[in-house]
Design a protein around this ligand. Sequence first.
Ligand SMILES: Cc1cc2nc3c(=O)[nH]c(=O)nc-3n(C[C@H](O)[C@H](O)[C@H](O)COP(=O)(O)OP(=O)(O)OC[C@H]3O[C@@H](n4cnc5c(N)ncnc54)[C@H](O)[C@@H]3O)c2cc1C
Length: 354
Amino acid sequence: MQQNEMYDLTIIGAGPAGLYSTFYAGMRDLKVKLIEYNSELGGKILFYPEKIIWDVGGMPPTPGATLIDQLVNQANTFDPTICTNEHIEKMVREPDGMFTLFNDKGEKHYSKTVLLASGHGIPVMQKLELEGADRFEVANLHYTVTQIESFRDKRVLISGGGNAAVDWANELVGVAKEVIVCHRRHDFGGHEKNVAHMKSKVELRTPFQIKELHGERTSIDSVTLSHCDSELEERFDIDAVIVNHGMKMDGCFLMEAGLELEADGFVRVSPCMETSQPGIFAAGDVTRHAGKLQLISGAFVEGATAVNGVKQYLDPAATKQAFVSSHNEKFKQRNQEIKIEHKHKDKRKKLEFT
Ligand SMILES: Cc1cc2nc3c(=O)[nH]c(=O)nc-3n(C[C@H](O)[C@H](O)[C@H](O)COP(=O)(O)OP(=O)(O)OC[C@H]3O[C@@H](n4cnc5c(N)ncnc54)[C@H](O)[C@@H]3O)c2cc1C
């Protein structure tokens, strides 16, 4: 890759929105570059590699890590340029309307359009606001769950009330010896069914918050919870604490780019996912609009819509959307191979039944 090469589209962030948009940009014959801060691609799914994802249309229940592999494979279909370990800190529109993006190493990228797929910014879990809590991070204070099995037969306290806290509680029921969930409000985020399931299976404390972590050196052995509206306190013996108090939003560079933001820092977009700045589009968790679906499937739809917007921005005569994927010339050869693979599979199935 030549550092000063001009791209049709540069996508910031390689979560589900950025990865799927990269594939879709290839479908629309755009020269695309994907830039990610992390060394690995996958965005927030990297926080839940073992969690089974059920709610993506047409996809069988699949672990997060597998979905990342599939998204990365798909994103690579049209040989995009992918840069990792780069934090984009600044975007500037040049007098000729092109964009220059600056990373944390002082390097520049050049692009005709930009797609923000930056989620909640650099995903940094909100830490527990208790003095000295960080000393327990080496042992049993966790901000993410990457290996469910590491909690087997343990007494686990989860603090938080969002989607992730509810999911982790449900995943740990049946694996951990005991799951206690505390949250400073009565209401929980996430799917109603998941919340109801969690409430029926765990020891619930609301509205409670963690007041103190007790333990020798680096390991927590018990936790004091305090009631948010009274003096009531309870102490629990605990083997592990999982905190999910949301993520920090890194919105500085969005504001500096002159984008209109909602009060919560997310980017306001039009129905075709264009921001208030012509040529800058957005997709996924970073956007806000009336019909927002803040899930992976929502990120996919917004990604495709944004790329179609980019295509028309660059070439107003272009069709509004890509033709159906089966008609793409690039897939002709592979379509034949896949058809043969499926025929063989069907034959094998028939033989098994006879
Ligand atoms: C624990 C948990 C469980 C979940 N379970 C489900 C589920 O079962 N089903 C479901 O549909 N959804 C689920 N979600 C939500 C889902 O993960 C998000 O909706 C989805 O990841 C959003 O994708 P995105 O691409 O918009 O953003 P993200 O996945 O957040 O990706 C954004 C990427 O942009 C990068 N980035 C940000 N700023 C910059 C910058 N300035 N420069 C370079 N890179 C940058 C970040 O490093 C990150 O990799 C879950 C979320 C969590 C936390």
